[in-house]
Write a protein that binds this ligand. Sequence first.
Ligand code: GNR
Ligand code: NI
Length: 175
Amino acid sequence: MAIRPIVTAPDRRLKQVSTPVEKVDDELRALMDDMLETMYDAPGIGLAAIQVGVPKRVIVMDLAREGEEPEPRYFVNPEIIWTDDSETRVYEEGCLSVPEFYDEVERPAKCRVRFLDYQGEIRELECDEMLATCLQHEMDHLEGVLFIDHLSKLKRDRVLKKLLKERRLKEKELA
Ligand code: GNR
Ligand code: NI
């Protein structure tokens, strides 16, 4: 297992549409192990493969609270097969690829997802609360969408400009 560097915005890779996984094999499981370790180290509650630069439709997640038993979840080729648009949930989201910025995003409160698990078995799961919010945030990553894309252009551009400025500053310090 290894911690991989997390891609942060602005970066063209984060706009890529990820491609379906053909087979859940040991190589893919090694990627999922690395992703989970990277997510725990960050720390975060979810991570999409593109956030470590791999454009595959893979998500890892763990919503267990601190002090609780870890509860790793793996979603390969996830598809949202049902949402109820009549009920929404607003949550103050953050993203490891948009460090130190948080804002409210409104999404469907519930959804049903079909996916392959760590063993490559097909599964379905009904999601609500944090699971629904986090899963939809991660599914967005697979389509090249960040949570800031749900905000106004003004807010989005302000965040991206600040992140770019910070990156340039850091590069200068290292030079
Ligand atoms: O760690 C994370 N926290 C979070 C909080 C609210 C809504 C979504 C998330 S996901 C985020 C990790 C991440 O960037 N996943 O893509
Ligand atoms: Ni994210």
